[in-house]
Design a protein around this ligand. Structure first.
Ligand SMILES: Cc1ncc(COP(=O)(O)O)c(C=O)c1O
Length: 422
């Protein structure tokens, strides 16, 4: 099938404008289905929480709900989006290293199911707020297990300086916090959580993580904290370029669950529920960004193709040197002629989307399609240079629908008060 899920890129641009985020809805559904059907166990209750930071909007959250996922949110804004979508609050896990008092109040008011408590002061804030309420809540404690995994490598470190979670090197702090929460009678300490990185291609990183998590869960259990849940976070890899070799969903789920079963036996069988939080691996490959090529520029060493978006809709190349594949719509079958540098239109020399990519001859008006832009693209977008955010469209079996409208200049300036107000 040519185009994106049967719709030609040129038609999408004609109808919805440029630049444009496009998601292949069929692919999104396949990923959600793969995770929810493969992450099943006879020993444990299991839950797949969609990490909405990867791409949060009402249509995406509805899809996640349709497949029975829970939801990871990390701010009042993500929580608000979920609640406005009608997402069941009891299936929301609220993360974040600095949840503000107002965000905690909002989550308690909404009866969010679980707080993932990141530090001692947050635990105290929750206790202070819940004290006079006729309500209870569940929490997980976020642990920093000293494993960092990124792409091809993972390292086991005594990394004490992370901004996230309780370090395993300070177990007394964790024990004290867990006891304080439990003794309140208002908070159930369900278990522990960790997230060790992103683009993890080595299953062994999860095996190491699981061993550490079960060992520590046993220590909590032995001190009378009734932990039953282990949440292993996200980080499952996606394909961007041939350098990437993501582990198939089925395989990584099997490894995780099998290791959890072995570990649960080892520690005495008190763990009842295992959770994972995939974000990128659900939405990245389903997403495309369509740009219109504007001017071309030859320098002594480079041939630039300029596009009508850039770091404002995809900060990842500038921020992480992330690499992407791309093609010129309608020219897929022509031989590559030139190595192009794809540059955005932002006022920043670092606004390069692709450093070098062989393409057929590019011309003004061509549509350049960047692949695998579905995760941390729209969700990290900015208004730098006052570029309005593009529209987002879902396509499925030849039909397209707008799920986020294109911003207008009016939208961008409507909160600005020229004279100010007091
Ligand atoms: C706590 C937590 N869970 C899940 C995720 C999702 O990770 P990924 O999109 O790599 O699957 C993140 C990403 O930062 C995270 O911080």
């Amino acid at each position: 099938m040519s185009g994106i899920s049967g719709v030609k890129e040129q038609d999408l641009i004609r109808q919805y404008g440029s630049p444009l985020f496009v998601y292949d809805e069929h692919e999104l559904r396949q990923k959600l289905q793969a995770f929810t059907s493969c992450f099943r166990s006879e020993t444990f209750a299991t839950r797949v929480l969609y990490a909405s930071k990867a791409f949060s909007c009402k249509a995406m959250i509805s899809l996640a709900a349709e497949y029975g996922c829970g939801l990871d949110v990390v701010s009042g804004g993500e929580l608000y989006t979920a609640l406005r979508t009608g997402f069941d609050p009891s299936r929301i896990w609220f993360h974040g290293n600095n949840k503000t008092p107002a965000e905690i109040r909002m989550a308690l008011d909404a009866k969010v199911g679980t707080f993932v408590v990141d530090n001692e002061m947050e635990a105290e804030e929750i206790l202070a707020q819940i004290k006079d309420r006729d309500t209870e809540t569940d929490v997980l404690l976020r642990i920093n297990p000293g494993i960092e995994a990124h792409t091809h490598q993972y390292i086991v470190t005594a990394h004490v300086d992370s901004k996230f979670g309780f370090s395993l090197l300070e177990k007394d702090v964790i024990f004290d916090t867990a006891e304080k929460l439990q003794d309140s009678g208002k908070v159930r300490v369900r278990g522990i959580h960790a997230h060790i990185g992103s683009q993890i291609f080595d299953k062994q990183a999860y095996v190491e993580l699981i061993r550490k998590m079960f060992s520590f869960a046993k220590e909590l259990h032995d001190r009378g904290i009734a932990v039953t849940d282990i949440n292993l976070g996200g980080g499952f890899g996606a394909y961007y370029t041939p350098e990437d070799h993501p582990v198939p969903v089925k395989e990584v789920c099997e490894t995780i669950l099998q290791t959890c079963e072995e570990e649960n036996e080892r520690v005495g069988g008190f763990i009842r529920q295992i959770l994972i939080e995939p974000g990128r691996s659900i939405v990245a490959e389903a997403g495309y960004t369509l740009y219109t090529v504007g001017y071309l520029k030859q320098t002594p060493n480079k041939t630039y193709a300029f596009v009508d978006g850039g770091m404002s809709d995809n900060i990842r190349p500038a921020l992480y040197q992330a690499k992407y594949e791309a093609y010129l719509a309608g020219k897929e079958n022509l031989p590559a002629e030139t190595d192009y540098t794809i540059a955005g239109k932002c006022c920043e020399s670092g606004d390069i989307l692709i450093e070098s990519i062989p393409l057929p001859k590019a011309e003004k008006g061509d549509i350049l399609v960047m692949k695998t832009t579905g995760a941390y693209g729209y969700s990290m977008a900015s208004h730098y240079n006052k570029l309005p955010l593009p529209a987002v469209v879902f396509v499925n079996e030849g039909r397209a629908r707008t799920v986020i409208e294109r911003e207008s200049y009016e939208h961008m300036t409507e909160l600005e008060l020229q004279e100010g107000k007091s």
